[in-house]
Design a protein around this ligand. Structure first.
Ligand code: HEM
Length: 132
């Protein structure tokens, strides 16, 4: 069971990395071309935040299946901050009237989320891609 959660948690990072990079690129494209805010931006950023939340659940499942090391405390904290960074622009834009929604905050927060994910992996001595 631990292997199942480990492989799931390990592999799911690639979806997060993919959504993170796609969110940054799409947001930069929208900001540079000054397009009106659109649904794909909302879908990408919500997908990133949702995937991060699911990854946290998988992380807990892995933890409670008995996989533990002291460095997990830092991994856990940085990943919580990463998920928060991914969620903030989604929540903020949802509350804004249509004419005030903008792309750039999505790029900034997604870059921060990706940097925190990278830091959370370094904290447990793992590479961003692969198992090390
Ligand atoms: C967005 C959030 C997260 C991402 C992207 C992430 C990603 C990863 C990755 C890539 C690994 C290494 C897998 C490998 O070596 O192949 C890992 C290990 C692990 N993660 Fe996470 N993680 C996240 C959040 C969490 C959280 C919130 C917890 C705990 C509640 C957690 C618990 C663990 C544990 C226990 C390990 C195994 C460490 C070890 O082998 O010593 N993760 N995580």
């Amino acid at each position: 069971m631990q292997n199942f959660f480990f492989d799931g948690h390990s592999g799911f990072r690639y979806l997060i990395l993919l959504l993170g990079v796609a969110t940054v690129l799409y947001a930069l494209f929208g900001a540079i071309t000054k397009r009106p805010y659109d649904k794909p931006m909302r879908a990408l950023s919500s997908g990133l935040a949702g995937a991060m939340h699911l990854q946290i659940l998988l992380g807990f499942a892995l933890l409670f299946s008995g996989r533990f090391s002291p460095a997990i405390a830092i991994h856990f904290l940085t990943m919580l901050l990463a998920a928060t960074s991914a969620q903030i622009p989604v929540s903020v834009m949802r509350r804004r009237p249509a004419e005030e929604k903008s792309y750039l905050p999505h790029a900034v927060w997604a870059v921060l989320a990706l940097a925190l994910v990278a830091a959370g992996l370094v904290a447990i001595g793992r590479p961003i891609v692969g198992s090390g």
